[in-house]
Structure formats: C-alpha cells, structure tokens
Design a protein around this ligand. Structure first.
Ligand code: SF4
Length: 337
C-alpha cells in the first residue's frame, strides 16, 4: 500500500447518498483531475451511470490507454486497475478502494506459479486476465474467456501448457481443444458457486421460452460456460457472449425473457439496452462483494483526495505487459463498448 491510500477511520464518506449533488460533484471533480471515469459491468447502477465508460476489464483498459486523460479512475477490483496501469504506465491510476480484491486472482501467487513452473520446465504458461501483475509477469500469454481456446491453439501441440488460475475455464479449453497436455490450476471465483449446474438446469426447465445468456468474462460464470458445454441446458437456447455481444443480443432477441448467468450487476446494462425484455438472473445471490466495495462515498473520496493510487513495479509491469500484449494479438480477446 502506498502513501496515497485513504484514511478509512475517517467516517466523512460513510453514508454518502448518490443523489444529484453527488453526481454533479463527481463530474466536476473528474474534469478538475483531467480524469476518465471507468466502471466495470458489476458495479452498482449509480456508479455505472456516472462513468464515462462501462464494460469488461480489458475493454476498459484499452479505452484508458487510448484516452488523452492523465488520470484513470477505475471503479472495479484491484487486478483490473493494475492491468490499466500496466497498459498505461505514465498515467495516474486511482481505485476508490484498493482493498477490493478478487478471490480468483488471489487463488495463485507469483511464488506458487514459479514453483509450478519449476515442476514443468519448458511448459508454456497461460493465465486468465484475473491475476495479479506479479503473476502476469511470470506468464507467457494472458487470455480472456473469449480467446482462451485460440490462445491454447496458438501453442505448438507438443508443448505442455500450465493454465491458471480458473479451473472451470481450464476444463472448458481442455475439452474444446482436445489437448491432454494442459495442466489446470484449481482456482475459482466465489461468485460462481451461486451459478451451479442444478440451478442452471432447473431455471432453464422452468422457463422453457427463455434464452440463456452466459457472460463469463469475469470468472463468475465460467462454471456455467463449462456446464453449457456438458449439455446441462439445451444448446440451442444458450448464447455465450462478450459484453458487447450480450448487449447486441439483448437488443435483437425475439425472446421475451432471458436468463442471465453472470454477476447480477450486468442486469443493469441489459435492462437499459432492452427495456421490453424480462432479464432475470440465474441466481440473484451471484453478487461480488469486492465489486460492491466501490461505494458512492469511496468514489467521492477518491476524486477529492486522489486515493487509492495503484502502483506496479516498472520491471514487473514491463514483463506483464508482454503477456497482455500477446493476449490482445490472438483471436477475439474480448468485447469493446
Ligand atoms: S466476480 Fe469473481 S472473478 Fe469477478 S472480481 Fe468478483 S471474485 Fe473476482
């Protein structure tokens, strides 16, 4: 943690209400700081609505890197703000609460990855984008759920692969590529537990006319991605979509109801895109507590006081950038907004 970290014993920002005065103050401070305000799809609706851009982590990092703003305010979890810093090392990157972690990113450390690599010399390391900067620095190619299969297919068939940290995405790519020489780390996101196979099948059977949208970008729905491939729900009703694809499908669907297998925050964007369609979560408890740590008060403090600032060691960032760049070059890495 750095000097530019909030004093969280100060209760000034505890009960901030996202009203009109808050919105005006947030926008004024964004201008004053020459900042761009980004919100992940899983943020609370008020934060999504005040942001300059809403999307998945990679799309937001690309928008940040292309922007002229000198400061990036990233309303999401810590690894996402780190990825923005890796891609924009000369910009100031702020996150409203640096304690907003990710159970999936925390399921492997750089030290554990180094030990795993030592057991498999010569193996190619593929890491999901939900990893810390230190883990990315130990990685050959990062991937998103959209391009994980393409990334694996880009590696010579006789090369061993170490895939981390998401075991569901790992099982999915192993099945899709038919490769036996992929070792998968046993990491997972705590939110996916709310989207299990029994729940998925039961909801699909109870809503026979509903389509099923799966958006697995964040790790929370990679279990649904895996289960759909296993035939837990009728394949003709399943659509596996990136953020942009999901919003396009929402606008064009002929179905009047859609079940959504992802973190519940995504429903806000979908309902705005297609108000006539009834979007329901597969499980309304599929909510990420880390994402919800970015409160209206935390955002206000962030903009007023310039906290919390995200730093990545330049040497680590340089190595991590290579893995992220390779991800961007292969297949369809993710959606843009
Ligand atoms: S939903 Fe899961 S993968 Fe996404 S930030 Fe939260 S804990 Fe991490």
């Amino acid at each position: 943690m750095t000097a530019a970290t909030a004093d969280r014993t100060d209760s000034t920002y505890d009960n901030v209400v996202p009203d009109r005065a808050w919105r005006e103050e947030v926008r004024r401070l964004v201008r004053e700081r020459d900042a761009i305000l980004l919100a992940h799809n899983y943020q609370i609706p008020e934060i999504q609505d005040i942001a300059d851009h809403t999307g998945d982590s990679l799309a937001l990092s690309r928008i940040a890197a292309a922007s002229d703003a000198s400061t990036i305010v990233f309303c999401g979890v810590h690894f996402m703000a780190e990825t923005a810093k890796i891609l924009s090392p000369d910009k100031t990157v702020l996150i409203p609460d640096a304690r907003a972690g990710c159970s999936l990113a925390d399921s492997i450390t750089a030290e554990q990855l180094r030990a795993w690599k030592a057991e498999h010399p010569g193996a190619v390391v593929v890491s999901y984008v939900n990893t810390t900067a230190e883990v990315k620095a130990e990685t050959d190619i990062c991937c998103t759920s959209s391009n994980a299969v393409d990334v694996i297919n880009s590696i010579p068939a006789d090369k061993e692969v170490l895939f981390c940290p998401d075991m569901f995405l790992g099982a999915h790519v192993r099945r899709e590529t038919g490769r036996e020489n992929i070792h998968v780390w046993a990491g997972e996101c705590h939110v996916h537990a709310g989207i299990d196979g029994a729940e998925l099948s039961r909801r699909a059977a109870a809503n026979p006319d509903a389509e099923l949208f799966i958006h697995p970008e964040c790790g929370c729905a990679t279990s649904a991605l895996y289960l759909a491939g296993e035939g837990a729900v009728p394949s003709e009703r399943v659509k596996i979509l990136s953020t942009g694809g999901m919003l396009d499908a929402a606008r064009t669907t002929r179905s009047r109801s859609v079940l959504v297998a992802t973190e519940v925050g995504m429903l806000h964007q979908l309902r705005k895109a297609a108000p006539g369609v009834d979007f329901q979560p597969v499980n309304d408890r599929a909510s990420c507590r880390f994402m919800k740590m970015i409160t209206p008060g935390a955002l206000l403090r962030c903009l007023r006081e310039g906290v919390d600032e995200v730093h990545v060691d330049p040497v680590v960032a340089e190595r991590a950038r290579g893995a992220v760049q390779r991800m961007i070059e292969i297949g369809q890495p993710g959606s843009g907004e």
